[in-house]
Design a protein around this ligand. Structure first.
Ligand code: PEP
Ligand code: MG
Length: 311
């Protein structure tokens, strides 16, 4: 029996009724691609580009970036690869991008805000990505971090398209973006929910601060209700809505996310097998019922047990 499980082919992510839910990997370096494929990643749902920039006193050149992005895309021929534009600031400060002293850097000039203030760096990154897109057969999608509203989404998507990116979208990490979900999905090709930051900002609790760690729980119904706004808007607009935060790696929560309208899940590759197994024993109807039960609660603990009590 064990032998059978070990040699079973890795199947694509799907619910028990056959409803497909692509399972993607979160990666931080091109060299992590091979192991992710071996663990069953159907593509990449979040490629963090900070490794190219951190610990350096200036931005890498377009040629250096193109080489790294081409190495990544080459590992996923014909597959979807979602690359995030540089997410600098707050916990990832960069001397050449985040120049101001800030009292509350998590609420400061970070993510897309910092890139927009130094647009040359953003233009160079998008140019390098477009060149890698042209050199490989991967299905490249590019997204911006820390986007607050539809105006910022439109700014990023139109700049990315102008520079040759075929598919451009935004991360949902700031509550204002989720509250504006219909306007955002009207201008963006897709949305990817970063539940780590979305939880931090919804509960107003620093995700790195131990004394408030109990607030950093994506099961909180306030977070689930924001995700539902995004899922509903994505469905109405016919736009994909993924999750690429830690929440996607929790098998029971992954089911609830699908029930809230999330169409793809991206996670640390080590979590793929457990999430795949949990989805395979759940129908879309069950996922929807568990999401509805979790949404009706008022604490994270109650949401967990409400979802678990639905068969
Ligand atoms: C998130 O915020 O959920 C996310 C995926 O981005 P990061 O963890 O890199 O901030
Ligand atoms: Mg984030």
């Amino acid at each position: 029996e064990l032998q059978k499980i070990a040699s079973a082919p890795i199947t694509d992510g799907a619910l028990a009724d056959g409803h497909a839910v692509p399972l993607l990997a979160n990666l931080g370096k091109p060299s992590e691609a091979k192991a992710a494929v071996e663990l069953g990643a159907e593509g990449v749902g979040l490629f963090r580009t900070e490794f190219l920039f951190l610990g350096s006193t200036s931005a890498p050149t377009v040629a250096q970036q193109r080489e790294a992005y081409t190495e990544l895309l080459s590992a996923f021929p014909g597959k979807k690869v979602v690359v995030r534009a540089l997410d600098a600031g707050s916990d990832k400060p960069l001397a050449f991008l985040n120049d101001a002293e800030e009292e509350n850097p998590a609420l400061g000039l970070r993510g897309l805000r910092a890139l927009r203030a130094k647009e040359d760096i953003l233009r160079e990154q998008l140019t390098a990505l477009a060149e890698a897109q042209a050199a490989t057969s991967a299905d490249l999608w590019v997204m911006a971090p820390m986007v607050a509203d539809a105006e910022e989404a439109e700014y990023f998507v139109s700049l990315a398209k102008e520079l040759g990116i075929r598919v451009a979208g935004v991360m949902a990490e700031v509550p204002s973006l989720a509250l504006m979900a219909p306007e955002v999905t009207a201008v963006s090709d897709f949305v990817s929910i970063g539940t780590n930051d979305l939880t931090q900002y919804t509960l107003a609790a620093d995700r790195l601060l131990g004394s408030v760690a109990n607030y950093q729980d994506p099961w909180h119904p306030a977070v689930l209700r924001l995700i539902k706004l995004l899922g509903d808007a994505g469905r109405a607009a016919g736009k994909p809505v993924g999750v690429c935060g830690e929440a996607a790696a929790d098998p029971a929560l992954a089911v609830v996310l699908v029930g809230l309208g999330v169409t793809t899940l991206s996670m640390t590759p080590a979590a793929l097998a457990d999430v795949r197994a949990e989805l395979a024993r759940t129908t879309l109807e069950q996922a929807t019922a568990r999401a509805a039960a979790a949404l009706r609660t008022s604490t994270a603990a109650a949401a967990r047990s409400a979802a678990a009590s639905v068969d």
